[in-house]
Ligand binder design. Structure first.
Ligand code: NAD
Length: 363
């Protein structure tokens, strides 16, 4: 038998349970399989509304603590996203530690699928950064608790068009809240990041006769989308100072921060990117102080989650889009609550999500 190094008990004390208790997780599962080189963590944050559904991320984390932090933070985010979107889902997420470009194998994903299966539906997986529909197909050979499958297998396929539709709904609701009308004709909208979601969003905005500008570090995408939809183009370095009515971050997180918010000339921020506020409290408040309306990202980008959720009862894109339309009313509710209570829209959304969670769990 090989000798193993085990941390002295007092040194290890609180290292994992401390974090789990702090963030109020229900369950964390560490999955290991030497043969397939699988090291995965499944985090189930809250199941009071339903099974925990959340994507599987594959990432070459610097160390295991980073992987744990990420999965704990992401799974908690899923609880709030499902709750605010009115879905009967809990919050969960999983990570595989590894380089998705070099270390993926079918056996690894099948082994992960077996671990998911042992949870008997308490956690349902889906694709995320570093994983694809193909990986979900491998997982589906071992468990039925997987979504994000191709349409040919009864799945929802690429969720981005549905995400874009939800962002469009949230953006229109913010316009209605601020200007009394959600007609975007003649409104200048800048979409930062014209990838899967951004390009679809540009399509919706163009149809609505908004004056659209696009920005992306990928020059080919800029050429393709600006020619296809006849939009203006903004250089990536000029995005924050751009003279537009609406800024729609659809590229990266944390673009709303202490270096950018004072430059903004827009009246509304509404986009798809996750975690747009570098610091939820500080930067939410900075936007509020500047009178800029912010449509909470975790609500208006929930179309992708709604899309995979609809796979659970037999996928139908029409009904997924219909359910995504509820983002419009929920955005209006949140912005109204925020204005009445003089709190940030992020806080208002969080409070509404917590209300729903507490009601479901009898608190
Ligand atoms: P994507 O990778 O297809 O597109 C991102 C685009 O942003 C790319 O074209 C990239 O070149 C561009 N980009 C990267 N850095 C940039 C920069 N500094 N300035 C300008 N452009 C930059 O991703 P996506 O699927 O369209 O997702 C966009 C965002 O929405 C991500 O933050 C993602 O997490 C979030 N989101 C996506 C979905 C979905 O269904 N795809 C769901 C929820 C949230």
């Amino acid at each position: 038998m090989t000798e193993v190094n085990v941390l002295p008990i007092d040194q290890a004390k609180g290292a994992v349970f401390g974090q789990i208790t702090e963030m109020n997780h229900e369950m964390v599962v560490f999955c290991h399989d030497k043969k397939t080189n699988l090291k995965a963590i499944i985090a189930i944050h809250n199941t009071s509304l339903g099974p925990a559904l959340g994507g599987l991320r594959m990432w070459a984390y610097q160390n295991e603590a980073d992987a744990l932090n990420d999965v704990l933070r992401l799974s908690r985010g899923m609880t709030y996203k499902a709750a605010i979107s009115g879905l009967n889902l809990g919050g969960g997420k999983a990570v595989i530690i590894g380089d998705s470009k070099k270390e993926k194998t079918e056996a690894m994903f099948r082994r992960f699928g077996k671990f998911v299966n042992t949870l008997s539906g308490k956690y349902i997986t889906a694709e995320d950064v570093g994983t694809s529909t193909d990986d979900m197909v491998h997982i589906s050979k071992e468990t039925k608790y997987v979504t994000g499958l191709p349409q040919s297998m009864g799945g929802g396929g690429d969720p981005s068009p549905v995400t874009a539709y939800g962002v469009f709904m949230g953006l229109k609701a913010a316009a209605k809240h601020l200007w009394g009308s959600d007609d975007l004709t003649g409104k200048k909208v800048l979409v930062q990041g014209i990838g899967h979601v951004g390009e679809n969003l540009v399509g919706y905005l163009s149809k609505e006769n908004a004056i659209v500008f696009v920005s992306d570090i990928n020059k080919e995408s800029v050429k393709h989308v600006s020619e296809k939809f006849k939009t203006g183009v903004v250089d990536p370095k000029d995005v924050y100072e751009a003279d537009v009515d609406i800024y729609s971050p659809c590229a990266l997180g944390a673009t709303l921060n202490s270096n950018t918010i004072h430059k903004l000339r827009c009246a509304i921020v509404a986009g798809a990117a996750n975690n747009q506020l570098a610091d939820e409290n500080l930067h939410g408040q900075m936007l509020l102080d500047r009178g800029i309306i912010y449509a909470p990202d975790f609500l208006i980008n929930a179309g992708g989650l709604i899309n995979v959720y609809s796979e659970l009862n037999g996928y139908n894109r029409e009904s997924a889009l219909k359910q995504t339309e509820t983002i419009y009313q929920q955005t209006l509710n949140i912005l109204k609550k925020a204005a009445e209570e003089k709190i940030t829209s992020h806080k208002a959304a969080t409070l509404l999500a917590e209300q729903r969670l507490n009601k479901a769990s009898g608190n």
